[in-house]
Design a protein around this ligand. Structure first.
Ligand code: GLA
Length: 349
């Protein structure tokens, strides 16, 4: 199937955007902190054509066409992501009268690998080309996040959209989510960024995510700062004295920010052993302090460490989804075999 088969004419433009995996810096982006994601070699492809007053889409993955008029709001389906992109551009004052889209995605869904951000960024890129909009990649990321937060209704941070929009293959995107300044840091040669999906769908993820967000805001308020980003390790005693569970939640964020900074130094100096230790420390912190892991992810991380990984951790919001591990390339087959034996449902992304 193609745009032409489905809609009877060739599309005017096409665009694509990748999913991402986060190496370090989890649940820090909505605390104005640091993150270190890298794009995946899997993309969402959007072909687009002009349409007046309507949004129409065909999702190849679902074999389904959906359509709505511009003034119909959110419907709780996948077309919301496309409609949200049109909505956000119109809200920002751009002349975008509608659109017809053909969508195909290679990014696994529901695994914490940012299939939503890939779809939003690809759609906005297609609309940028279609209507010749003067938008740079940072603006695209911000608009994508706004579409997801305000139209789709999930209050995410900025990491996923920035990674999808600005990430480069073979490089980690070291991003300060407060200033949006970023640097590209080369990934270590000879290592594979292995992504293993637990095949456990993320349950209660949205409720858990929002609850963690509110707890962080409350902790920041009690500590008298704008965001937990403003608290350094030197205030750890004070942080730990916060009422439970705020103390542990804040401790995760503060130590995680420090791990990203140290991780970037380790990557730059080729100290993969230290980077791996930081990944594992991040997982433990997410498990014990932030409480967003599940037994399947803990098991996969243990198996990864027993089967040659330099480091491993859950990646994305948690509550299910995938782990990321840094594995020497020559160990990867052994790693896969070991994980499959210990956790037969594992899917190697
Ligand atoms: C999801 C959100 C991101 C980020 C991560 C947790 O992927 O979309 O903004 O908060 O969870 O690090």
């Amino acid at each position: 199937m193609s745009f032409k088969d489905r809609f009877g004419a060739f599309s005017e433009t096409s665009a694509q955007a990748p999913g991402r995996v986060n190496l370090l810096g989890e649940h820090t982006d909505y605390n104005d902190g640091f993150v270190l994601p890298t794009p995946l070699p899997y993309f969402t492809y959007v072909e687009a054509d002009r349409l007046e007053g309507r949004i129409e889409g065909y999702a190849e993955n679902f074999g389904e066409t959906r359509s709505r008029s511009l003034d119909q709001g959110k419907q709780g389906d996948w077309l919301d992501y496309l409609a949200g992109c049109v909505w956000v551009l119109r809200t920002a004052g751009y002349q975008v009268p509608g659109g017809r889209f053909y969508v195909r995605s290679e990014v696994p869904m529901g695994a914490g690998l940012s299939s939503s951000a890939a779809l939003e960024v690809a759609t906005l890129r297609a609309l940028r080309a279609l209507y010749r909009l003067p938008l740079d990649d940072k603006q695209i990321a911000l608009l994508a996040q706004q579409a997801e937060a305000e139209y789709v209704g999930v209050r995410v941070g900025i990491m996923d959209q920035m990674a999808s929009s600005l990430g480069q293959p073979g490089q980690a995107l070291f991003l300060d989510t407060r200033t949006l300044d970023y640097q590209l840091v080369p990934l270590p040669a000879g290592y594979k960024v292995a992504v293993v999906d637990s095949a456990v769908p993320r349950r209660l993820a949205e409720a858990g995510y929002n609850e963690r967000r509110s707890q962080c805001e409350e902790a920041a308020r009690l500590l008298g700062v704008k965001a937990l980003r403003d608290v350094g390790l030197e205030r750890l005693n004070e942080v730990e004295a916060l009422p439970e569970p705020l103390g542990r939640r804040a401790r995760h964020v503060i130590t995680e920010n420090a791990r990203v900074l140290e991780g970037v130094t380790a990557l730059r100096s080729g100290d993969i052993r230290r980077f791996g230790e930081l990944m594992l420390a991040s997982h433990r912190s997410l498990r014990d302090d932030y409480e967003v892991s599940i037994p399947a992810l803990d098991r996969l991380v243990d198996l990864a460490m027993q089967n040659g990984a330099a480091g491993a951790r859950l990646t994305g919001a948690g509550f299910g989804g995938a782990i990321v591990a840094l594995v020497p390339e020559q160990e990867y087959e052994r790693f896969k075999a070991g994980l499959s034996r210990g956790y037969p449902q594992a899917r190697f992304v």
